[in-house]
Design a protein around this ligand. Sequence first.
Ligand code: ISJ
Length: 286
Amino acid sequence: MKKHLRIGQISYSNTLPVYLFFDQERFCDRIDFFQQVPAQLNREMAAGNIDVGPISSFSYGEHADDYFALPGLSVTADGKVRSIYLFSKRPMEELNGATVSLTNTSATSVNLLKIILQKFLGLQVSYKTEEPDLQTMMQHADACLLIGDDALLAYRNHKEYHVYDLAELWKNQTGYPMTFAVWAVRKAAIEENAALLADVHAAFLASKTKSLELFDRLIEGAIERYGGNAEGWDVYFRGLSYHFTEQDRKGLEHYFQCAYEMGLLPSPVKVTLWDGTAHSKTTITN
Ligand SMILES: C=C(O[C@@H]1C=C(C(=O)O)C=C[C@H]1O)C(=O)O
């Protein structure tokens, strides 16, 4: 039997709250799950191979005409994110003329780094995109960007570099939270599946709420799946938020504006939330 919705899942610990209590069994005859790194999910969504799931918020910006964002879901940090780091051989201000190696798993953070280095600090830098392996990257680059579990691990094991948390830099410069991922749905997939999508959306929200209420279970779940210790996960998950509030949306639209001004996006972008119907046209404006 053909399944109705193809759902993406980010293969990093940061989205665990949205999946931990998601009852996959309940939907097993109707949905397929695909677990990938963000850049791969971005590509699969754009190609129409996935219908709904967390993607880089930058990729939402690139395809805003074709996607809605699901309300109440995001990966956001209002201050330190603790899993998106620039590791640098010298202080960031001294990176003019440097070569920076970028992980090939990201879209939001690589463009955020360009905004920070070029727009906020006025530096000229050349970039190289490659597999997220700090040691290989640092063999030929002056600095490298890692995200997700690669960044968490590198932060634990490499104290020899200057380390910068990108969400903290963004917050200090703009005053805004930074939203790295939103849960997007392809408009083309909604009409036939609106009721199922509403159920799945509700199940994501319920999982998130339960994970945040039963915080100890979330931490146990993270240790089981990814190792590490309770204190580390406690600090990590408390630093992230998942609700895509009005302030989060404003921060994201400011990021889109910066990206547009730098030529990274072809036009300014407003985020449009799905209104729960089969023919959604709701535009959320300021
Ligand atoms: C917080 C994180 O956010 C991630 C960063 C992304 C990006 O840079 O494109 C995409 C999805 C998010 O899950 C992280 O990976 O550490």
